[in-house]
Every structure is written in structure tokens, then in C-alpha cells.
Design a protein around this ligand. Structure first.
Ligand code: 2DT
Length: 212
């Protein structure tokens, strides 16, 4: 490796756990401490594939369930060359949702198994750290109403939460559960500690492939 690579850091979690806020705080804190970092999010709604996904999520179009699952995965694969380039250049990527959301959301639908849902994402860049922002449904409810998008229903969100619990049993992924019921600043401190560790470890390790 020409220079020390950046780390691939993913935040996952249930709705209203504060993923997007925490991604931004982490990105800003890394930048302030002089560590090259960039933020990404999935779905990336700006690409051609992302626009199809966005219309689906906003209930402006309907897509068959397998089809939309594969589009979410394609939306990650189309970013892989750029992700690898950034990581190799030493930039740490802070990513809001990844393949785990892909699997948890689709497998919460009737008729889908975890293995089928994982298969299109096998071989994606393996995150160095996946932090799961854990929040109970009752605490999430205190943070306000769900939005208007397709998956923002409490029964479905509960099923998604169960699927995340199943995914977290997989020891091939470096999961870290974060208590998202703490204050924004305390959650940030936890996330920063784990991220700095991951960045240190990643420097001396080759990028692996997810679920392979
Ligand atoms: P936000 O843009 O608010 O995060 O909502 N999703 C996401 C999937 O069903 N599959 C995926 O692969 C990904 C990344 C989660 C996006 C919604 O899309 C769902 C919520």
C-alpha cells in the first residue's frame, strides 16, 4: 500500500436513532482532528438508479420487491470504484446506512430470507466498523412521529429491528452497539472513540470483502 488507507465506518440503526446527525458530527470531528474524511449515504438518491429508488420511497412509483432490493444493491455497487479510490488515498468514509439496511428492510417483507437478501451485496467493501444505534421503540416514539415515506410504519420498523438483531449475530462483521438513548454529545463521544480505534486498525489491514 502506497499510503495508509482510510477506514470504512458505517452507521446503522432504527428510524429516529440519530444516524444522520451522528454521521455529520463524526465527519466534522474527524476533519477537525486532521483526519481526511468524507460522508456518504445510501441510498444515494442523486444517481439514475438512486432516483428510481427515491421515487419508490416517496410512494411516487411502485416497484416489485425483488427488483427494488436489487436496485438498492446496485446503488452501492455503482459507488464501489469511488469508495475504493478514496479509501486507498487515505480518506476515511463515514457512511449513513449500507448493505445491512438493505438486508434488514427487504427481509422484513413477507417471503424473503436473509441469505437471498445478502447475496447481491456479497463482496462489497467490508466495513472496518459498523455501529448500530440502538433505541427502543418506546424511546423512538418519544422523538416524534414517523415521516411520510414508504417504510415509516411502526409495525414494519419493529420487524426491521428484529432483522438487524439477527444480522448482528454474524461475527464476520465488526459490530458495535451504541446506546442511542444517551444525549447527542454522549452518543458522539462513544462513536468517536470506536471510530478512532477503527481508523488506527484499518491503516495496517487490507480492505476485505463483505460476507465472503
Ligand atoms: P433514508 O434516506 O431516510 O435513510 O431512508 N433502505 C435503505 C432499504 O430498504 N434498502 C437499502 O439498501 C437501504 C440503504 C431504509 C432510506 C430508506 O430506505 C431503506 C429507509
Amino acid at each position: 500500500m502506497a499510503c495508509k488507507r482510510g477506514a470504512l465506518i458505517v452507521l446503522e440503526g432504527v428510524d429516529r436513532a440519530g444516524k444522520t446527525t451522528q454521521c455529520k458530527k463524526l465527519f466534522e470531528a474527524l476533519q477537525r482532528s486532521g483526519k481526511p474524511a468524507e460522508m456518504m449515504r445510501f441510498p444515494d438518491r442523486t444517481t439514475t438508479i438512486g432516483k428510481l429508488i427515491s421515487a419508490y420511497l416517496e410512494n411516487k412509483s411502485d416497484l416489485e420487491d425483488h427488483t427494488v432490493h436489487l436496485l438498492f444493491s446496485a446503488n452501492r455497487w455503482e459507488m464501489v470504484p469511488l469508495m475504493k479510490k478514496k479509501l486507498e488515498q487515505g480518506t476515511t468514509l463515514v457512511v449513513d446506512r449500507y448493505a445491512f439496511s438493505g438486508v434488514a428492510f427487504t427481509s422484513a417483507k413477507p417471503g424473503f430470507c436473509l441469505d437471498w437478501c445478502k447475496s447481491p451485496d456479497v463482496g462489497l467493501p467490508q466495513p472496518d466498523l459498523v455501529m448500530f444505534l440502538q433505541l427502543s421503540p418506546s424511546e423512538a416514539a418519544l422523538r416524534g412521529q414517523f415521516g411520510e415515506e414508504r417504510y415509516e410504519k411502526s409495525d414494519f420498523q419493529r420487524a426491521v429491528q428484529n432483522k438487524f438483531q439477527q444480522l448482528m449475530k454474524d461475527r464476520s462483521v465488526h459490530w458495535q452497539v451504541i446506546d442511542a438513548s444517551q444525549s447527542v454529545e454522549d452518543v458522539h463521544k462513544d462513536i468517536m472513540t470506536h471510530s478512532l480505534n477503527a481508523i488506527n486498525c484499518a491503516q495496517n489491514q487490507a480492505l476485505a470483502e463483505l460476507w465472503k
